[in-house]
Design a protein. Structure first.
Length: 266
């Protein structure tokens, strides 16, 4: 808008300089130009809203690439954040994420900052919000979050291979009261949760009661205080590129509701 106003002003001045005009015409055009410039000076431009993406355990920002593209096209300022999910406990990871967001030049001018998380990224966010006040916090969508932990960690967390693959944070995601999910309070922000109910890993699913996505049960994605919950027929990893999931994410960020039935096919 600013560039268009300035260009129009320069064009008027150029025409006025080339053609002999009467005093009244010159005065009217000059006042019009000043008015346009003054209007632009006193009416602030619309401030963009930001979205931070937090990937899951043992994943990278590449896993969130499709969601990043979709939200960027929707007009959001998107930060697809990388964090060392396998290298530290959840408490340390959440501190690092908070510092990155606090110091982000990309998000500095955003009126609100929303979050979209996958898997453990939701627990990292909950831990961060518990410890730090975030005045510009907008809406949050969690995809396949172990909000009540996962039975897989209960069964496999002590295995050396599990510890090597998932690091210290992975061992904190059990279902017991001493796990990080077990210690976190109910959410007090505008949250929508999307769960998957399809698994291609029958070994994992055999350890998880009820419908699950191969990593976490539908029931354990829920958390007290959430505003909406949606079940989509997709797996834990493929929900990140699922069209139904991405459409629901966009709806919730815009309206605060998924606006779909309780169970939706991809």
């Amino acid at each position: 808008m600013k560039d268009r106003v300035i260009a129009a002003a320069l064009w008027f001045l150029h025409i006025n300089g080339r053609k002999p005009l009467g005093f009244r015409v010159m005065l009217v055009r000059s006042m019009a130009i000043c008015g346009l410039l003054l209007m632009h000076a006193v009416i602030p431009a619309e401030t963009a809203e930001g979205v931070v993406l937090l990937h899951g355990l043992a994943r990278t920002p590449r896993s969130m690439a499709r969601i990043e593209r979709e939200l960027t096209q929707a007009g959001y300022v998107v930060v697809n954040l990388a964090y060392p999910s396998r290298q530290a406990p959840i408490e340390a990871l959440s501190e690092g994420v908070f510092e990155r967001i606090r110091d982000s030049a990309t998000l500095r001018d955003c009126s609100r900052v929303h979050f979209v998380t996958h898997s453990m990224g939701g627990i990292v966010l909950r831990d961060m919000i518990t410890k730090h006040r975030f005045d510009r916090l907008g809406r949050v969508v969690m995809l396949g979050p172990p909000n009540q932990g996962s039975e897989l960690v209960d069964r496999l967390g002590s295995w050396r291979l599990f510890r090597w693959i998932n690091g210290p944070a992975g061992q904190q995601l059990g279902t017991g009261p001493d796990s990080v999910p077990g210690r976190l309070a109910p959410v007090n922000f505008e949250l929508g949760v999307i769960a998957g109910d399809w698994s291609i890993n029958w070994i994992n699913s055999g350890m998880i009661p009820g419908a699950d996505d191969g990593k976490v049960s539908v029931e354990r994605t829920k958390v007290a205080g959430m505003k909406d919950h949606l079940v989509v027929h997709t797996t834990h990893p493929t929900m990140l590129s699922n069209r139904t999931v991405i459409s629901a994410v966009r709806r919730f960020l815009k309206t605060g509701a998924f606006g779909e039935p309780a169970s939706t096919a991809s």
